[in-house]
Write a protein of this length. Structure first.
Length: 732
């Protein structure tokens, strides 16, 4: 017979309010008492510290004498309150009780619809400015914000208690709570435009036939985009749009050729006329698509977050579509030639096609470089590396979410028509701070948090499966998600067997390294390996969940627009201002190099390239540049350097314009927004300020952002120098 295990206070399990069981940790009790004491007297005396020690001894004695297996959190708190009052530390006791009451109140307020609606009516910045591309002044956005406020409160009540609590505390972030789980919506997708344009579709009461020209095809695309964006909550993408639209442009060519045969002699002249007219049609169609997307409003009260992927087409029609997309973007919008925010353009570079001067489409790569120096887009995909990282080639869904290679029951590779079911992001810096430099404790806490993330992601999948095809006909019945379902079929037919992805996000890897290895850890091999191991742990966990549930769980270097601020502000309250971690008031997103250190693009690429293999579900690299309009070769040099190292690269370069004084370049960040350094203008009506807000572009002067995003963008602007001039870049 085995000897019974000796029970000590160290073996106790604490039962939290949300039902979690965690290991007893006396230091948490001590921290809470110290916090209460410091709220009364900022500077604690030696006698105060002795009193705290005495209280701790009494509390631990009481707990160990009364509880043998587990103890509920409220029982611990009751003992602490009693001991504080017994020792006549009445103010400390009151502060301790108030802190707990405030936490309970905030938790209750988060699910109180009346309270959350009042925050909206009072134009609380955390509500109305959460999304940098939503204008909270317009009626339809206000209506969406109202619905979202209600959905958030209801959604928190629907979530598993552990997940809701972790979200409210800032341990994790449940993305898009204003849409899901209240509605069983999906996140982002690659729309199957080929299926829809070639076989027709239905929107509202209209049965739409396949188009017979490129102009009609792009008009139908814009209508599809608007309806898809209103039926999900994430970004939507058109993959290989040049190849997609080429057959419809050929219909234009064939019509023009028939006209030419009626009026022009000679086959060569007829063909030349038809080609010239078709090129004009292509230009007009791509300009119309650009304007239509930028003038659309989805039911979410915003321009649909749209991405166009292109660059692999080789015939003359596909080449002309590529050139038209780039030339339209270079031209700009309206009489002032403003930079278009949408669609996001993603150009593909491929060895043997357009990488080198001897490649047949090299001239289009040159045009893409010019466009990026003037309009920041296109971002670029490196064909071979992306296939290596994700298993197949495709554009991102929205800004940076990538599908993994997948084949259907017939062995056919499928990308278009697939989707993501949602993201939950982990606050990595908080785990590092809680571990107090102890790596073993870090891994233990990470394991606990990953268990909560798993529960959250499985809940996302199960909630999305509760939709019916009739909830979103454009997605499920009319081809946007590829296979067309019947009204009584399960939407899970399009999710299961790893067809859909669901994503575990992470933020603040730089700060994790700083906590354990100091603020210059980038050059420390042990530190670098530790941070790689952190991402690898997330990846391995997702692999395990995938095997268990049959859905593709992917690791996502988070598209955290306001989360860089939200997590950091929460941790400032919890841990205070910690140098190089919380004191800068924002966290570094995903695996990015610290922007304050102004690395060269080559240093940044080499530093970051080791992380995407373990976060291939969503990633992007950015490089910061000075004004490159006069030296596009510098940008091309970086693109070429990146080709065999990373899969997806974005450009950050100053492209701001002042229409009052004519200045073009980099606007100055100020407390009231960005202003012209030449005349001080910051009026959005007479200037065009375009900055990266994570994966997309945004106009911070037109769409006010929460404080942390201004801080991060200002930091980027401040540290945009390369450390060498652009001519040196070209030579490297």
């Amino acid at each position: 017979m085995q000897e019974p295990k000796e029970l000590t206070i160290e073996t106790l399990t604490v039962v939290k309010r949300d039902g979690r069981n965690v290991k007893f940790d006396a230091t948490k009790i001590e921290r809470a008492i110290v916090r209460a004491a410091k709220s009364v007297d900022t500077e604690l005396t030696e006698a105060d510290h002795q009193d705290i020690e005495d209280v701790m001894v009494a509390v631990l004695d009481e707990i160990s004498s009364r509880f043998k297996d587990d103890v509920k959190i409220y029982e611990i708190q009751s003992i602490v309150e009693h001991e504080l009052m017994e020792r006549q530390q009445l103010e400390w006791a009151q502060a301790y009780i108030n802190y707990r009451a405030q936490k309970d109140l905030k938790r209750n307020q988060a699910t109180d619809i009346n309270f959350t609606i009042q925050k909206l009516l009072k134009k609380d910045a955390t509500v109305v400015n959460e999304n940098a591309n939503k204008d909270s002044n317009v009626f339809n956005t206000q209506r969406d914000l109202t619905a979202g406020t209600v959905a958030k409160a209801m959604g928190l009540k629907m979530l598993p208690p552990k997940v809701a609590n972790a979200h409210l505390k800032g341990d994790i972030h449940w993305h898009d709570l204003d849409y899901q789980p209240y509605s069983p919506m999906t996140n982002c997708c690659l729309i199957d435009f080929k299926e829809m344009l070639n076989h027709g579709f239905k929107i509202g009461n209209a049965e739409v036939e396949p188009p017979h020209s490129i102009q009609t095809a792009t008009a139908q695309m814009s209508q599809i985009i608007a309806n898809v964006a209103s039926s999900q909550y994430g970004g939507c993408s058109a993959d290989r749009v040049d190849e997609l639209l080429a057959p419809f442009a050929m219909k234009n060519y064939e019509k023009h050729l028939i006209d030419a045969q009626n009026w022009i002699d000679g086959e060569k002249r007829q063909a030349a006329f038809a080609k010239q007219k078709t090129i004009k049609d292509i230009d007009d169609a791509m300009q119309a698509l650009e304007y239509e997307i930028n003038t659309l409003y989805s039911s979410q009260g915003q321009t649909p977050f749209t991405t166009l992927g292109f660059g692999l087409g080789t015939n003359w029609v596909e080449r002309e579509i590529q050139k038209a997309i780039l030339n339209v973007r270079i031209e700009g919008l309206g009489k002032e030639k403003r930079t278009a925010i949408f669609p996001k353009l993603v150009f593909t570079i491929k060895r043997g096609l357009n990488l080198k001067p001897e490649d047949p489409n090299y001239d289009i790569k040159q045009l893409a470089v010019e466009c990026a120096t003037k309009r920041m887009y296109p971002d670029v995909l490196m064909y071979d590396k992306l296939v290596e990282l994700t298993g197949s080639f495709k554009a991102p869904m929205g800004c940076r979410s990538f599908l993994q290679g997948w084949k259907d029951e017939n062995g056919q590779e499928v990308n278009a028509g697939r989707m993501n079911l949602g993201v939950v992001t982990l606050n990595l810096p908080r785990i590092a701070l809680e571990s107090k430099g102890n790596q073993d404790k870090f891994w233990a806490i990470l394991k606990e948090r990953l268990a909560i993330c798993k529960e959250a992601l499985v809940f996302k999948v199960n909630r999305a499966k509760q939709a019916t095809p009739q909830n979103a006909p454009i997605l499920y019945q009319y081809g946007a998600f590829g296979k067309r379902l019947k009204p009584d079929e399960s939407v899970d037919e399009l999710f299961k067997n790893k067809r859909a992805t669901v994503s575990l996000g992470y933020i603040g890897l730089y700060e994790v390294g700083t906590v354990f290895f100091g603020p210059t850890w980038e050059h420390n091999p042990a530190a670098k390996q530790f941070t790689v191991d952190v991402v690898k742990k997330l990846y391995n966990s997702c692999q395990d969940w995938e095997d268990e549930y049959g859905y593709h769980f992917s690791v996502y270097a988070t598209p955290a627009e306001s989360l860089t601020n939200t997590f950091c502000q929460a941790d400032i309250k919890k841990f205070g201002r910690i140098k190089d971690v919380t004191d800068k008031e924002y966290y570094t997103n995903s695996f990015h190099y610290d922007v304050r250190k102004a690395p060269t693009p080559f240093e940044k690429i080499d530093f970051e390239k080791e992380y995407p293999p373990y976060s291939a579900g969503g990633f992007i690299h950015y490089c910061e540049y000075p004004n490159l309009k006069q030296n596009p070769k510098a940008l091309e040099a970086v693109w070429d350097y990146a080709y065999d190292r990373i899969g997806y690269l974005g450009t950050n370069t100053p492209i701001d314009q002042c229409f009052e004084c004519g200045f073009k370049g980099e606007f100055k960040p100020t407390a009231r927004g960005f202003e012209c350094p030449q005349c001080g203008n910051h009026n959005p009506a007479t200037c065009d300020v375009v900055k990266r807000t994570c994966g997309y572009l945004g106009n911070p002067n037109q769409r006010p952002m929460v404080h942390g995003r201004h801080v991060e963008i200002a930091s980027r602007v401040k540290h945009m120098s390369l450390g060498n001039d652009s001519n040196d870049i070209a030579r490297q």
